[in-house]
Design a protein around this ligand. Structure first.
Ligand code: PMT
Length: 401
């Protein structure tokens, strides 16, 4: 997905060993469609040379305030003119201190001071430098000044120590940047989401499950975080990375999913049931592996309907259901919306949405059916968030009619 298409990013690289990750970051930014101008400090250029960035971005690299390539000798003005954002990665303790105090003694710091666009920093330093009162004061001040701080992460450091101060990985910074550009449609909303399949054990090695990968639910969790929501994600057994900023609760069975949801639902403004919850579970769960016989039968009992239970609570959150159908999508999805008294149901055909990276959905609400463009699940999730935010802001009190 060209998620940064049309965005102009000034990427500032200061002198830390994490500068090697900035080369990968530049590559990812270019791949995401952004136009990149790299600005190196003298120390940054000691770690990774200008030719590397020039080859990756296909554009000149800058590091001198007096660079004669700029016609008007005003690189500090021209580079930030028209930029959508200045991103400093890595941002050393020294550079953060400079930013805090408005110093302007090289091209990058002067550019930051003269900017007319948001400034984002990804700190990278030794854990003691990060924890030092001076750095913490500086970071707090930068926050007050409207600078966004990405990370740092905790972990093993180049100096051999372990702790907070590592720069985020290039892909994580890219995700943060993409999120930064998304409209904050769900600011202050607390969203609870279920995702993935459930697994209903028959015995210690066998069970009933389905082909849900969790991708749609995880994409929605990410889209909600990007939109400014506080997100809790109750996930069935899937192998997916947790979207940055979401709090994940792992469960296996429908009963565990129900319990996790009920524990969290009091603090939710919105509940989105994306999970493909098993409708039935085996009666009993054999402690030992069932031995093979010529024929076998399993008695099943219905699982609790989590979404229906949440939607029927006295102070129910705004509830969104999903419906995956193999036929008659409109009538079945609308039927589920009415039966469970939901303001919004997202309908998808099994063949479009189950397992893959793409989906094609139609939204069903009190005003009828709204087909969305087919696309990557994250793009579809962002479109669902837009519709959801509109319904919430309208207050849609008559949505269940
Ligand atoms: O995970 P992916 O591979 O990305 O695939 C995504 C998906 C196809 C699974 C997803 O987009 C989807 O459609 N999920 C709902 C699947 C479905 O049809 O569920 P259902 O018809 O059984 O349930 C309808 C709604 O009630 C759903 O919101 C479901 O989460 C909820 N439900 C159902 C049963 C139950 N016991 N508890 C529930 O909460």
């Amino acid at each position: 997905m060209s998620e940064l298409h049309g965005k102009r990013v000034v990427l500032g690289v200061t002198g830390g060993v994490a500068a090697y990750k900035a080369a990968e970051l530049a590559r990812l930014l270019v791949k995401a469609g952004a136009e990149i101008d790299v600005v190196l400090t003298d120390a940054g250029a000691h770690f990774v040379g200008a030719p590397t960035f020039q080859a990756i971005t296909g554009r000149p690299v800058w590091h001198n305030l007096w660079d004669s390539r700029m016609d008007n000798a005003m690189a500090h003005i021209d580079l930030s003119r028209g930029a959508d954002v200045i991103l400093i990665a890595p941002a050393t303790a020294d550079f953060l201190a400079k930013l805090t105090h408005g110093m302007a003694d090289d091209l990058l710091s002067t550019l930051c001071l003269a900017r007319d666009c948001p400034l984002l920093v990804a700190p990278a330093m030794n854990r003691q430098m990060w924890q030092s009162p001076a750095t913490q004061r500086n970071v707090a001040q930068l926050g007050i000044d409207g600078v966004s701080v990405f990370g740092p992460a905790s972990g093993e450091q180049a100096c051999g120590e372990t702790g907070a101060g590592r720069m985020l990985e290039a892909s994580e910074i890219l995700d943060e940047l993409i999120a930064f550009f998304q409209p904050k449609l769900l600011n202050n909303q607390r969203v609870l989401i279920t995702a993935g399949p459930t697994f209903e054990a028959i015995d210690p090695v066998r069970g009933l499950t389905n082909a849900s990968s969790g991708k749609m639910g995880f994409a929605l969790a990410r889209a909600c975080v990007e939109a400014g929501a506080q997100v809790r994600l109750v996930a069935g057994p899937v192998v997916l990375d947790t979207p940055r900023g979401a709090m994940r609760i792992d469960v296996t069975s429908a009963a565990q999913m129900r319990d996790a949801v009920m524990q969290a639902v009091d603090d939710a403004d919105v509940f989105i049931g994306v999970a493909a919850v098993a409708d039935y579970r085996p009666v009993g769960n054999a402690v030992h592996k069932i031995k093979k016989t010529a024929a076998m039968s399993i008695d099943l009992v219905a699982n609790p309907d989590i979404l229906a239970e949440v939607a029927s609570r006295p102070n129910a959150p705004f509830c969104v259901g999903f419906a995956a159908e193999s036929q008659n999508l409109a009538s079945y999805a609308e039927g589920k919306r009415v039966a469970k008294k939901l303001p919004l149901v997202v309908g998808n055909l099994v063949q479009d949405g189950l397992g893959g990276d793409q989906n094609a959905v139609t939204l069903f609400d009190a005003n009828g059916a709204h087909p969305l463009s087919q696309g990557h699940k994250l793009a579809v999730a962002r479109d669902i968030v837009k519709h959801l935010a509109t319904l919430i802001s309208k207050g849609n009190s008559d949505a269940q009619n």
